[in-house]
Design a protein around this ligand. Structure first.
Ligand SMILES: [Zn+2]
Ligand SMILES: [Zn+2]
Length: 121
C-alpha cells in the first residue's frame, strides 16, 4: 500500500481557467462532489469504500457502521479517481483546521478535486 503523501503533492497542475483551452482534464469542487474514498474501519481495520461523501460507511467485515459525518474520525486510506479509477494524490491546506483532505489530484488523467473553491493563503 502506498504511503500517504501529506503536504508534498504535485504543484504542476493549475486551476486557472486560461489553461482549459489546451488541457482537457476534468475537475470538481465541494465536499458533495468528493471522489470515492476508502477508509479504514475504526473497529477492525478493514477497508470501507464510500462512493460518495453522503453515503453511510458500513464495514463489510464487522458490524461497524458510520454516518457520513464521522468520515473525519476514520483513517483515510486513499481517494479513487472517478474518471480513470487510479488512486489519487491528496493533501490538506489547513491541517490544523480539518481532518479531511482538501484537495486531490489524479496523476494519470489530471482530474482534480478541491474541497473549497476559494481559500486564502
Ligand atoms: Zn470493521
Ligand atoms: Zn484519473
Amino acid at each position: 500500500m502506498a504511503p500517504l503523501r501529506r503536504g508534498d503533492g504535485p504543484n504542476k497542475f493549475r486551476l486557472s481557467s486560461v489553461d482549459t483551452a489546451t488541457t482537457t482534464y476534468e475537475g470538481d469542487t465541494g465536499w458533495a462532489k468528493r471522489p470515492p474514498a476508502t477508509v479504514a474501519c475504526g473497529q477492525c481495520g478493514s477497508e470501507i469504500f464510500q462512493h460518495s461523501a453522503r453515503d453511510d460507511l458500513d464495514c463489510p467485515r464487522c458490524v461497524a457502521e458510520y454516518g457520513p459525518e464521522e468520515f473525519g474520525d476514520l483513517e483515510l486510506l486513499h481517494l479513487t479517481c472517478p474518471v480513470c479509477r487510479s488512486r489519487m494524490a491528496q493533501g490538506q491546506r489547513h491541517p490544523e483546521q480539518f481532518d479531511i483532505p482538501e484537495w486531490a489530484t489524479c496523476e494519470r488523467c489530471r482530474y482534480h478535486w478541491e474541497f473549497e473553491h476559494s481559500y486564502d493563503g
